[in-house]
Design a protein around this ligand. Structure first.
Ligand code: CIR
Length: 311
């Protein structure tokens, strides 16, 4: 693992945010939040066969953070707040597009206060903030329902550049409503917000849109095999919008984090999903690393949910 981390850092160019040339674009920052000891009390749709191990969760979290540290100039980790057992799932607190952030009104009552510390930090970073609660008090949104297919990658020799970023897919789930999607459209007028009906999909298996679909690059989305999940292709209008879809046998395999040409995926998936992922990543000249998130899966979390990526 140490060798792979070294390799990743070596293949990344300048890490200083201020050193970006005008043509160079990349994620510069990941915002994370530490693991509270209260994590075993996190919200969960089902009862896991084995309880959450705090120590294992911390180890998995550290591993994820260390990889991000190799892929990005800066990883900021906020202190956990014991009164919020779900606070490690920082993705749900904000949606970031370029230099703007919408602080969400999280759908679950017990989580609403998680956003305050995130908002403070995002203001410090210099993002232009919209507080969803101030725009429409009836709007709710979890960042896990918001998929923004964008890539910061090289197109041949030269610096990383921005590709895609035209659509913001917003899953209408038990956590996110149409009013939430409308606030996002107001806050990000330069992208098309596509509200995605998740009726019948977010069940005991999937909490959010991104529990089902994430992007490998700006043009390629990962969706599980099976008729049940295939409906998303129409509901998201992926053919009309020109996306390529890669179908994987495992739901867990479809939640990946794509950062500056590198991809983080979970290893506890079947052989077929693994080989398809490896092929697709290799075809695109990207690099793939595996990070276990089994303790987070027990309370409906995955890989994307533990960071907010900021250009
Ligand atoms: C919850 O139910 O809110 C948490 N236990 C899991 C949130 C996972 N968030 C995410 O995937 N974005």
């Amino acid at each position: 693992m140490a060798f792979i981390k070294k390799l990743i850092s070596k293949s990344s160019s300048s890490f200083a945010r201020n050193a970006l040339s005008p043509s160079q674009k990349k994620y510069t920052t990941a915002l994370m939040r530490g693991v509270p000891k209260s994590l075993p009390n996190a919200l969960a749709m089902g009862t896991p066969t084995e309880p959450i191990s705090f120590q294992k969760a911390v180890d998995q979290h550290n591993s994820y953070r260390e990889y991000l540290e190799c892929m990005l100039p800066r990883v900021i980790e906020l202190k956990p707040d014991e009164s919020f057992p779900d606070c490690v799932f920082v993705e749900d607190t904000a949606v970031v597009v370029d230099d703007k952030a919408v602080i969400t009104n999280i759908g679950a009552d017990s989580r609403k206060g998680e956003v305050d510390a995130v908002q403070d930090m995002m203001e410090k970073i210099g993002l232009k903030i919209t507080d969803m609660r101030e725009v429409d008090k009836n709007a709710t949104c979890d960042g896990g329902d918001v998929l923004y297919p964008v890539s910061y990658r090289r197109d041949g020799p030269g610096p990383l550049q921005k590709f895609g970023g035209k659509h913001l897919f917003v899953g209408l789930s038990s956590r996110t409503n149409q009013a939430g999607a409308s606030v996002l459209q107001q806050a990000f007028p330069d992208v098309e917000v596509v509200a995605v009906d998740l009726d019948g999909m977010t069940s005991t298996k999937a909490l959010h849109l991104k529990s089902i679909v994430t992007h490998l690059d700006e043009n390629t989305l990962l969706i599980p095999k099976g008729e049940e999940w295939g409906k998303l292709i129409d509901r998201m209008g992926l053919n009309e919008r020109g996306y390529e879809v890669v179908r994987l046998p495992d739901l867990t395999a479809c939640n990946v984090v794509s950062v500056n040409g590198k991809v983080i995926a979970q290893p506890n998936i079947g052989q077929e999903s693994m080989s398809i992922l490896m092929d697709e990543v290799e075809k695109r000249g990207m690099m793939l690393v595996w990070v276990d998130a089994s303790e987070y899966t027990k309370c409906d979390g995955a890989l994307t949910c533990k960071s907010v990526l900021i250009p």
